[in-house]
Design a protein around this ligand. Structure first.
Ligand code: ZN
Length: 148
């Protein structure tokens, strides 16, 4: 593993990919979306329970690489309890963070550990996949999400 790669797979990311948080089916979800990244083989289902405008519960299931799994795991922790508008805001900040490695306002919190991903364009799709899926959930779209 090169130095750059070991920087990418830092401890927090490895921890979340080995022991993903909120990794289960949510039986009383009122929104579900599926996301696929055919290039890498990442495939996740995101379960969301919306309580009015607020995300009261968010979980996920599926399989994929360490980056996508860690991203989904951290995402569920960060978005639980947030409103739709807050979630959108965090998504935009996260998007900037993994595209440029900079930015990542105060909202990004733990997501800042994903900043190193911007150096690996192939991995950006892995990191963003769960976010595209949850965005589809929030918008009520039904079609499966694909990065291609
Ligand atoms: Zn991947």
């Amino acid at each position: 593993m090169s130095d750059d790669l070991s920087e990418l797979y830092q401890e927090v990311i490895l921890d979340h990919s080995r022991t993903p948080r909120n990794f289960r089916k949510l039986e009383d979800a009122n929104r579900v979306a599926e996301g696929r990244n055919p290039i890498c083989g990442d495939h996740y289902t995101i379960y969301l329970k919306l309580d009015g405008d607020r995300i009261s519960e968010v979980t996920f299931q599926g399989s994929g690489c360490a980056i996508s799994k860690a991203s989904a795991s951290i995402m569920t922790e960060e978005l639980k309890g947030k409103t739709k508008a807050e979630a959108e805001n965090i998504f935009h900040q996260f998007h900037d963070l993994i595209m440029t490695g900079a930015g990542g306002g105060p909202e990004t919190g733990k997501l800042a550990v994903m900043a190193g991903v911007h150096k690996f364009p192939n991995r950006v799709k892995c990191a963003i996949l769960p976010w595209h899926a949850i965005e589809a959930c929030l918008e009520g779209r039904k079609d499966p999400i694909s990065t291609e």
